[in-house]
Design a protein around this ligand. Structure first.
Ligand SMILES: [Ca+2]
Ligand SMILES: [Ca+2]
Length: 354
């Protein structure tokens, strides 16, 4: 049974792609779902084949996620009765006409969360039933279409095909260079066809946000000086904010930092900067451009993160007190920056000799 159903279709054809100052070409539009499902196409299929079987209930919606403080894609399949099926949200790439010979490196990046999954676990025997997955379709010189796929599973032994994630927790995925990850016996990719996100299996539910597909070469981020306050974080303190001062190297200005892209990273898990303009430190340049850290006379951008979310990431480090925190983000022209600071995290109730 094949039952394609279309949701929120946007047939707007985009003939331009965004090339940033770093040489990175961004290939997806509305990958952060700030525009709902615009530019995305949602559909569904199942492989049942039993008379009267409807395929179960499925949905794709853009919902607010309080942890990311952002609109995200949520997809769901229920009442599957144990038959496998897919919920897919896709974006056409064919019209971009990207010549992969001129794209030596191709990367996918996304935040993903598996909320539930009823069976199949690590992809099943044929390794396709993942409760969350990303697929890039491309065609070769003869016009044959091929697929690169990466799954996210709640169980199994992490390998090349999938990452094991924790239920109900956001996971930040960065792919290897897809063009080198493709099996070398397959024909060389020539053009991109489409990009797909979704889940497969029986009943499942997941979320995606901040989805990026970009063509390199990957240029290393510029190195920022980061100063994080407080220097010591007690996991049971009532502090509301973790503050970071970001100072950029010569030739770049802190005022050009795009706060919507700023993330605090601890061992690959992230917390986004607070972007709500009800706060003066988000809205007012006088508040957020400071000269309190790093080199004197060079302004920094001050950003804040919700302390409760950072503490949640730190909660696994019982007794570990020197934690490296990395701040990453982009300037408005697409230049990436990155820098780290070390703070001391103290879990209440544990005595630490310093
Ligand atoms: Ca978003
Ligand atoms: Ca400074």
């Amino acid at each position: 049974m094949k039952k394609p159903l279309l949701f929120g279709i946007s047939l707007a054809v985009m003939l331009s792609v965004a090339v940033s100052a770093t040489g990175i070409t961004k290939l997806l539009t509305n990958g952060d779902f700030s525009d709902g499902l615009k530019n995305w196409r949602a559909w569904y299929y199942c492989g049942g084949g039993i008379p009267g079987y409807t395929g179960g209930d499925f949905s794709t919606n853009v919902v607010y996620d309080s942890e990311l403080d952002s609109n995200v894609l949520e997809y769901k399949r229920e009442n599957s009765q144990g038959f496998g099926g897919d919920v897919v949200v896709s974006q056409w790439l064919r019209q971009l006409n990207v010549n992969l010979d001129e794209c030596p490196e191709l990367y996918v990046e996304a935040d993903v969360k598996v909320i539930s999954e009823s069976m199949f676990g690590d992809g099943g025997i044929i390794r396709t039933f993942f409760p969350a997955y990303i697929q890039v379709y491309y065609h070769d010189a003869r016009g044959h279409v091929w697929r690169w796929k990466h799954g996210f599973s709640l169980s199994g032994n992490q390998d090349k095909d999938y990452d094991v994630v924790t239920i109900n927790e956001w996971y930040h995925y960065v792919s290897p260079n897809i063009l080198l990850d493709i099996d070398p016996i397959l024909p060389r990719p020539l053009k991109l066809s489409s990009f797909q996100l979704g889940g497969a299996g029986a009943d499942f539910q997941g979320r995606f946000d901040n989805v990026k597909l970009y063509c390199g070469p990957k240029i290393p981020p510029i190195s920022a000086c980061i100063d994080i306050d407080p220097d010591t974080l007690r996991t049971k303190s009532n502090s509301k904010w973790i503050t970071a001062h970001i100072e950029l190297p010569e030739g770049y200005e802190a005022k050009d930092i795009n706060i919507d892209t700023v993330l605090l990273n601890i061992n690959g898990r992230t917390v986004p900067a607070v972007t709500d303009e009800k706060y003066g430190f988000v809205k007012s340049e006088e508040s957020y451009l400071t000269d309190q850290a790093c080199e004197e006379g060079v302004l920094e951008r001050m950003v804040r993160f919700e302390a409760s979310k950072v503490k949640k990431l730190l909660s696994m480090y019982i007794g570990v007190y020197n934690i490296e925190i990395t701040i990453t983000g982009e300037l408005f022209d697409g230049t990436f920056f990155e820098g780290s600071d070390i703070i001391r995290a103290i879990k209440q109730g544990i005595k630490i000799k310093i």
